[in-house]
Write a protein of this length. Structure first.
Lengths: 116, 115
């Protein structure tokens, strides 16, 4: 069964360091999402791609976060410099189509970041 | 902006019993989609059930069903014959039909199943 792959599963870093997360969506899924989930809360969308283009990055802290999906397939989310408040689970998801007519998002297992 | 509210931080149910998780949402739009997602401990989030707002009939998926009250902007999830494997965090989520619009999640409800 096809799955969304994410790495690393766990990352511990010190504040002011750079971190990067990688996501490989399900093959053929044009839309890719990065969500941040703080412990005990619901996921919050950081950025949404349609192919290689950004559709929504309104909640992405652009002074320290960046995301790219250069060839419209896999994606990287970077944080530089990391801050204590960035400790969270970073979830990647993909969907077959950008419209909700399909609707279902498929999620990866997430990358848990701890900033010390 | 659309918001989703789950007022029950935690619920418990006895195995084989029925439990209902509540969700309300705020929107000015007439057409949209609603979802319930399940997130087991240390596992990825999976879709439980979806409801199209234009459909009056409540969605069902095996032991899972919803009570969709459009006028009241309410979307509750009923789990019948609860099983130990149902223990997880459950998220209610909202999405419009406009292209590119994001999926907005509620804060979640932890469901504990007692044997």
């Amino acid at each position: 069964e096809a799955e969304v792959a994410q790495s690393p599963r766990y990352k511990i870093t010190e504040k002011s360091q750079a971190v990067a997360f990688w996501c490989d969506p399900i093959s053929g899924h044009a839309t890719l999402y990065w969500y941040r989930q703080i412990l005990g809360q619901g996921p919050e969308l950081l950025v949404q791609f349609q192919d290689e283009s950004v559709v929504d990055d309104s909640q992405l802290p652009k002074d320290r976060f960046s995301a790219e999906r250069l060839k419209g397939v896999d994606s990287t989310l970077k944080i530089q410099p990391a801050e204590l408040g960035d400790s969270a689970m970073y979830l990647c998801a993909s969907s077959l189509d950008g419209t909700p007519l399909i609707g279902e998002l498929f999620f990866g297992e997430g990358s848990r970041l701890t900033v010390l | 902006a659309q918001t989703v509210t789950q007022s029950q931080p935690e619920m418990s149910v006895q195995e084989a019993e029925t439990v209902t998780l509540s969700c309300t949402y705020d929107t000015s739009e007439s057409d949209y989609y609603l979802f319930w997602y399940k997130q087991p401990p240390s596992r990825q989030m999976i879709l439980v059930i979806r409801q199209e707002a234009y459909k009056q009939q409540n969605a069902t998926e095996n032991r899972f069903s919803v009570n969709f009250q459009k006028a009241a902007k309410s979307f509750s999830l009923k789990i019948s014959d609860s099983q130990l494997g149902d223990a997880a965090m459950y998220f209610c989520a909202y999405r419009t039909v406009e292209y590119g619009n994001k999926l907005v999640f509620g804060a979640g409800t932890i469901l504990r199943v007692k044997s």
